[in-house]
Write a protein that binds this ligand. Structure first.
Ligand code: A2P
Length: 262
């Protein structure tokens, strides 16, 4: 498959106009050769969005696999994250990430967890490093809506993305709408881990479309324009998770999944 695969071309637009592929490969708990093989496989089947973090300990493998894939760097949307324990050492941490990855910039740099509160001072430094071109976009992860507002009020610059745990079982309409009205892109992590993939109601929807329960869950994110980063190190499941662009859920199916309990 080539870069024409819809997993590469189906994007959301961040507030700045930057396009971010709606489906990416998550790499949490993918280590060593497994991490490199997963990234290589994902890029081969068409993914153009990879999510890593300093805390995952796999930036070097991720970067090496990206380079080995032959896919031009600028075609790939790459995210990494500042550990909260590194608050105050933002520049050194990002430089270490870039060294490990082997690239001069990342597409998105996130504060991984609130470092004991929203910390607008840390956010200011992310904005400075973005202005220097080391990160095309900056954002946060695991922030509450109130904490997003704190950053926006302090700096006039809301995060472009908030990456939080998200799935049908975790769907919260108020949180969903709050991101939308603030122009903050919601990015969900652990879409599959937080879902009971054996739930009979989910199985019925999957059967109706001739797809797997995991594909239904990922497609539900797409219907809501929420970015999803399913993690897999299995070659078949990496391909399966990207194969969600030739069917659509009906509004009633989306609604059922919104009220889904694990
Ligand atoms: P594996 O890496 O062996 O594929 P999440 O992204 O929600 O955190 O979920 C990750 C977990 O879900 C991993 O254990 C991963 O295992 C598994 N997984 C990934 N894709 C699928 C899939 N299509 N069907 C079932 N399990 C999956």
């Amino acid at each position: 498959m080539s870069e024409q695969h819809p997993v590469a071309n189906t994007t959301v637009e961040l507030a700045s106009g930057t396009k971010m592929p709606i489906l990416g490969l998550g790499t949490w708990q993918a280590r060593g050769r497994d991490a490199a093989a997963a990234v290589l496989r994902a890029l081969e089947v068409g993914y153009r969005h990879i999510d890593t973090a300093t805390m995952y300990g796999n930036e070097q493998q991720v970067g090496q696999a990206m380079a080995a894939s032959g896919v031009p760097r600028e075609e790939i949307f790459l995210t990494t994250k500042l550990p909260s324990s590194r608050a105050g050492r933002e520049r050194a941490t990002l430089e270490e990430s870039l060294d490990a990855l082997g690239f001069g910039y990342v597409d998105l740099w996130l504060i991984h967890w609130p470092p004991g509160g929203a910390r607008p001072d840390v956010w200011e430094r992310l904005l400075e490093l973005q202005a220097e071109g080391l990160a095309r976009e900056v954002g946060v992860s695991n922030y509450s809506v109130r904490q997003l507002d704190e950053l926006a009020q302090a700096t006039g610059r809301p995060p472009s993305v908030n990456q939080i745990e998200w799935s049908p079982a975790l769907f919260d309409r108020a949180v969903f709408e709050a991101h939308r009205t603030r122009g903050v892109q919601l990015e969900g992590y652990s879409p599959l881990k937080t879902t009971n993939l054996r739930n009979p109601r989910l199985a019925r929807i999957a059967e109706a479309h001739g797809v797997t329960p995991a594909q239904v869950v990922l497609r539900w994110h797409v219907e809501h324009e929420i970015v999803a980063i399913p993690k897999s190190t299995n070659a078949d499941r990496i391909a399966e998770n990207a194969d969600i662009f030739d069917f659509e859920l009906t509004p009633s199916e989306v609604e059922q999944l919104d009220g889904f309990s694990a």
